[in-house]
Design a protein around this ligand. Sequence first.
Ligand code: SAM
Length: 315
Amino acid sequence: MVLPRLPSIRELIKLYGLSAKSQLSQNFILDKNITDKIVRCAALSEVTPLVVEVGPGPGLLTRSILDAGVKNLVAVEKDDRFQPTLKQLAEASEDRLKVIQGNMLELSHQAIFDKAQLQPTTTTTTTTTTPHIMGNLPFNIATPLLLQWLHMLAGRQGLFGLSPKGAGMTLMFQKEVGDRLVAKESTGHRGRLAIMAQSLCDVREVYHVPATVFVPKPKVDASVIQLIPRANLMDDQQGAYLTLENVLRYYFTKRRKTVGHITRRLMKEMPQSKEVVAELEELLDFKARPEDLTTEEFCQAAKLLHRHSIITLPL
Ligand code: SAM
């Protein structure tokens, strides 16, 4: 399954005049050692049922994914200038790569299944082989994309419904966003993003990538973050996850106050929450600040509130 010799990405960029567009967050990686290393972190192989790459650009990470033996890769790229290079790669891949020109934020996952000739209901994915989403994400849409995927993961929708285990993700973020995703309680970057991601996935930084690796060089470093769905702290209930989102928004907009203060304020705004306050006090340290609570504590509180239909909608 080795790709035939292709022109280098540098040659292709020159040939097609592919100057980077900053409005599409285009920072390319031109060193195959780096893209190979990112793909090794994701442990992809010929048994991975489907890989979706977001923003392949000129396609070096795409080549590394194909070199790992992946048989079913769908790459979604918004910028049509990359279509010729990606088409060339698709032909060289003997149909293992399919390309969709589109905006990943708006694309229906059904379009990906259609391209990959997979159907969620007919797929025979086993519990050991899950689909994977990869990408050196466009930084301007990385966080909204991840929030959309977490939402879908909680409800096992779209790509996350193909396998009982959801789908793994190995994604490049700006370093600061990566730090926020892996942040543990009582650390500087702790906030809503960490708790939302960690409520559904094991989240870890697998690779710190210095800014010097990219062309053009961005102002900040990047990090590759891996998110592997775990036995769901939210009991596979999308409703409870939505409540968690609302709870986090409520507690973190008042993050300098204590958890007790914020909870009492919630009781004032939603009198029915009085019936669970004793239980909440058992679950949460009322003297702590929101960033000191663990992901588990927030999940337990969200489940309790969800069971009592409290704060299931944003206030
Ligand atoms: N994968 C390439 C690499 O590592 O060299 C390019 C990464 S570059 C940071 C981000 C890529 O995402 C660009 O090719 C850009 O055109 C593409 N992109 C930007 N917004 C997008 C969107 N909404 N949907 C799909 N692709 C998008």
